[in-house]
Design a protein around this ligand. Structure first.
Ligand SMILES: Cc1ncc(COP(=O)(O)O)c(C=O)c1O
Length: 398
């Protein structure tokens, strides 16, 4: 057949792998769509899209394989089937899930100290579609109970634990019990901890979110997000996902898969380095407060200890000299890089008031403990003595 075809036709035809061995490493299926053997096969797949592949906005073999791995990690040891959907960013995962769970007139109950983009998404995007957001301290269970009791429109309780960037932690088990008694769903953004250190599904949380851009990828070379939940909710969430089109590229999913292979090792080293650095900073005369859930002085230390196996690589601290010293410190460090992301192998430093939380209402920001002089540090996996020396010399020079 091929010999009779013209050269132009041969060029257009898809190349097929002639060898039978399966690849050792996950292949990248850079294909927007999938063909059918005949019309009967096509009808069969369209009737049950989950049985095969149709179009990469709906599902893609590379993306699905990585999603399944993340679902397995987050639901490790938990009965029942769970799904994961990968998205093209953490924000698109949050947007997709909240869109799938909420409608006009519904309310989200959350905390002020979540990632600035998440609170902005709630107030500025979902707010325009008639979804209200209430910000409160989710550690205060009486206040939460009061809100739930008085406002039946609250459909979702949304939290980060530890939260960005003050590292405050909520008691997931108690919060979820309370939410369930009012028929309200719970959503946990587990970006800071990762499933290597904490699995919110263990505490009864209904949905877990990730910015996979951070620890799950770990190398800062790809954007992504993930939604994880019980299989019963798959159709409801996937139905919105495929229409909104928040699917990631197979290549970025593949990079994420590479990162996942070293997640446990990295999280252990991030945690050990951060614990050591937090202790060092806590004793430093130029530092007034260190927010790290691993320190026994942290207000949420005991709850963090009951939910996490180690305390992760994120911390924030306040300099006695406030904003001006904060800026000077950031210009003084050499190993820590001034980069507005977190969870990478290298140490990254950020000034939330002028960067990640710049567009968050100042009153809301201060209420959440994000003061003008707060510095956020994503502790990397470098040698701890080099990190101490770097921050030490920058602090001494203030
Ligand atoms: C806790 C948390 N959730 C969600 C996001 C948003 O993720 P992305 O930047 O991948 O959209 C971020 C970003 O910094 C974050 O820190």
């Amino acid at each position: 057949m091929k010999e009779k075809l013209r050269l132009e036709t041969l060029m257009v035809m898809e190349a097929k792998d002639q060898k039978k061995n399966t690849p050792h490493v996950l292949p990248i299926y850079a294909s927007s769509a999938f063909g059918f053997e005949n019309i009967e096969h096509g009808i069969e797949v369209f009737k049950d899209p989950a049985s095969s592949h149709i179009y990469s906005r709906f599902a893609n073999p590379t993306v699905d394989t990585v999603a399944k791995k993340i679902a397995d990690l987050e639901s490790y040891g938990i009965e029942g089937e769970h799904f994961a959907l990968l998205c093209n960013s953490g924000m698109s995962a949050i947007h997709t899930l909240l869109t799938a769970l909420l409608k006009t007139g519904d309310t989200i109950l959350t905390q002020a100290n979540i990632y600035g983009g998440s609170s902005e998404l709630m107030t500025k995007v979902l707010g325009d579609f008639g979804v209200k957001t209430i910000f409160t301290d989710l550690r205060d269970l009486d206040t939460v109970d009061n809100y739930l009791n008085n406002d039946p429109s609250i459909r979702v309780i949304y939290f980060e634990t530890p939260a960005n960037p003050t590292l405050s932690c909520v008691d997931m088990k108690s919060l979820v019990q309370l939410a369930k008694s009012y028929n309200c769903l719970s959503v946990s953004d587990n970006t800071f901890a990762s499933p290597a250190l904490q699995r919110p599904l263990d505490f009864g949380v209904d949905f877990v979110l990730h910015s996979t851009t951070k620890y799950l990828n770990g190398h800062g070379n790809g954007m992504g997000g993930a939604i994880i939940g019980k299989q019963d909710y798959y159709q409801q969430v996937w139905g919105k996902y495929k229409l909104i089109g928040t699917n990631p590229s197979p290549f970025e999913s593949w990079l994420l898969h590479n990162g996942l292979k070293t997640l446990a090792l990295r999280m252990e080293k991030h945690s050990d380095n951060a614990m050591s650095l937090a202790t060092f900073l806590d004793k430093h005369p130029k530092v007034s407060v260190v927010n790290y859930p691993g320190l026994s002085s942290h207000p949420d230390h005991s709850i963090a200890k009951s939910q996490m196996s180690k305390f992760g690589g994120m911390m924030s601290f306040e300099l006695k000299g406030g904003l001006e010293e904060g800026k000077r410190l950031m210009n003084g460090v050499k190993i820590c890089k001034l980069v507005p992301t977190l969870g990478n192998v290298d140490s990254l430093i950020l000034h939330p008031a002028s960067m990640s939380h710049l567009h968050v209402d100042k009153e809301l920001r201060l209420k959440a403990g994000i003061t003008d002089g707060l510095i956020r540090l994503s502790v990397g996996i470098e040698h701890i003595e080099d990190l101490k020396a770097d921050l030490g010399q920058a602090l001494d020079a203030l």
